[in-house]
Design a binder for this molecule. Structure first.
Ligand code: NOJ
Length: 550
């Protein structure tokens, strides 16, 4: 029996999986260059196995100039030499499979790196050439074409267009990039682009990859006909629900995923995918249906204030949406794009995180204790829900955001693109503290590519390992218990006092969260886990307990 044959046993493994996001450059450095790498991940498979996760999702590890933390991919079918080799990747996946851990990789189909060989070829090719047709080149407006084709913004700055220079040094056409200038958008009407991504999906599936996380899954096909519509920003609230937006959520994009689904289903078990699709909530099932990507991220709780009523409503809505598409819901509190939830929950609910980061995390001052208490409670709550939970590396340590990174350390393209008025996302990407002491707290032997603060020591794996009540042990216990208790994907709401959320799962497993500040009496039963000490049957504020009644 092949070591990874366990995978063929259950085609539904993903429906209630715990998936742990690894941000490779910040996870573990094996060769003392300050950057996390593939061998570093392999060296921590045992850690991941004791955490109990069903799968890991690797953010991009492909060759990249790191203009956007690796989401600028120069070659979709290789490993960045700074991070290792394909052979290292094969060993990593084999180690994971031997420990029963599946592996997702990130597919970035909306744009490549400007260093991708196709874009380099396009730059030295004539306007109108086949090489330029793989991307979105347009002539500029105004006299001499020196104005961009339109005034669309990019996600990372004021303009979605950058002008090229011809080989003789003369300004030429403009190209579209919805993100950084180093991330030119592909033209998804081009069949070579369509075929190349199918090749990439087969390439990684053949290497044993179990699933794919699809970056900006709602973009891809675009209506680039003129007159161009006015697009002020990319607020999801402004995306109409009829698929008529020129850049996002167009029906043709789902056709692409139907093609991918045919490929996924040629494998045993079928490969799975999860869409990062920023679309109006009710359009989400189109991406998570069994004939498209199968699952879609639900970021609703990630952007929700700490409120029992709001959480409950959102859970209901998302369970309903998942059921509609035949998928299971996903639950997410943190990832590599947002302020870590241990910090968010310690800040007033209306905090503007960009402004807060610009104050180096001082204004308003976060309440660290409250943030951590709520973070632990929220994690236990989502781990009790039907569906799959996506965890972000470091949250199992209760890590807060590093809000005071010095300007010279910042790597996020937002920082420069927004004229140094937005710090961006580096504060949640600081390399993990494994040890209490030593060079970069055990991340590597020669520093870390983003500076770690001294207080990282207090959150290290070493300091929490085996310590009852630590956040790491809470995650380990919760994940292990969930695995034992989880049965059918049903949830029943139980009437509970104001500011609390109480539901049960089949088999008498109850989850009870106290969103308020005052202790509340727990329902009758055996307390099997609590995010804070229960005193006289009362659950403190900002805590969750699991109780069994069977
Ligand atoms: C979403 C990714 O999560 C983010 O990190 C990246 O910057 C953009 N997509 C562009 O690829």
């Amino acid at each position: 029996m092949e070591p990874n044959d366990f995978r063929a046993e259950d085609g539904n493994w993903w429906r209630q999986a715990v998936v742990y996001q690894v941000y490779p450059r910040s996870f573990k450095d094996s060769n003392a260059d300050g950057l996390g790498d593939v061998r570093g991940i392999t060296s921590k498979v045992e850690y991941l196995a004791t955490l109990g996760v069903d799968a890991i999702w690797l953010s991009p590890f492909y060759p990249s100039a790191l203009a956007d933390g690796g989401y600028d991919v120069a070659d979709y079918r290789d490993v960045d030499p700074k991070l290792g080799t394909l052979a290292d990747f094969d060993s990593m996946i084999s180690e994971c499979h031997q420990r029963g851990i599946r592996v997702f990789v990130d597919i970035v189909p909306n744009h490549s790196s400007d260093l991708h060989s196709w874009f380099q070829e396009a730059l030295v090719s004539e306007p109108g050439s086949a090489a330029r047709d793989r991307y979105i080149f347009r002539d500029g407006k105004g006299e001499n074409g020196d104005l961009p084709p339109n005034d669309w913004p990019s996600h990372f700055g004021p303009s979605a267009w950058t002008r090229t220079t011809t080989s003789s040094g003369v300004p030429g056409q403009w190209y579209l990039h919805l993100f950084a200038p180093e991330q030119p958008d592909f033209n998804w009407d081009n069949t070579e682009v369509i075929e190349d991504f199918k090749h990439t999906i087969r390439f990684w599936s053949d290497r044993g990859v179990d699933g794919f996380r699809i970056d900006v899954a709602h973009a891809l096909t675009k209506d680039m006909s003129e007159p161009y519509p006015k697009i002020r920003d990319f607020d999801v609230k402004r995306i109409p629900v009829d698929g008529s937006h020129h850049l996002f959520d167009r029906d043709q994009t789902l056709e692409i995923y139907r093609g991918w689904r045919e490929i996924f289903n040629t494998y045993n078990p079928p490969r799975v995918a999860v869409a990062e699709a920023s679309v109006p909530t009710r359009r989400r099932p189109r991406y998570s249906s069994p004939d498209t990507l199968g699952q879609a991220f639900n970021f609703d709780l990630m952007v929700m204030p700490w409120s029992a009523a709001k959480f409950k409503k959102s859970i209901d809505l998302n369970l309903d949406l998942a059921a509609k598409s035949g998928s299971s819901s996903t639950w997410v509190l943190s990832n590599h794009d947002v302020v870590r939830h241990a910090s968010r929950y310690g800040l007033p609910s209306r905090t503007n995180y960009d402004t807060w980061l610009m104050s180096d995390g001082t204004s308003p001052a976060p309440d660290g204790e409250l943030g951590l208490a709520r973070a632990r409670a929220a994690t236990m709550l989502i781990l009790a829900l039907p569906g799959s939970t996506y965890l972000y590396q470091g949250e199992e340590l209760g890590l807060p955001e590093v809000a005071n990174l010095p300007a010279e350390a910042l790597q996020d393209p937002m920082w420069m693109q927004y004229g140094m008025t937005r710090k961006g996302r580096d504060g949640c990407r600081v390399p993990l503290p494994w040890n209490q002491q030593g060079s970069s707290f055990g991340f590597g032997d020669n520093g870390a590519h983003l500076p770690q603060p001294d207080w990282f020591s207090d959150y290290s794996v070493e300091i929490q390992d085996g310590v009852m009540g630590s956040t790491l042990e809470l995650y380990r216990s919760a994940i292990a218990l969930r695995k034992k208790l989880q049965a059918a994907e049903d949830l029943t709401w139980v009437k509970s006092p104001r500011n609390t959320v109480h539901f049960s799962r089949p088999g008498g497993w109850h989850s009870f969260t106290n969103f308020g500040a005052k202790p509340v009496t727990l329902p009758a039963g055996t307390i099997i886990l609590a995010s804070a000490p229960v005193v006289d049957g009362k659950l403190p504020g900002n805590s969750t307990a699991w109780v069994t009644t069977a």
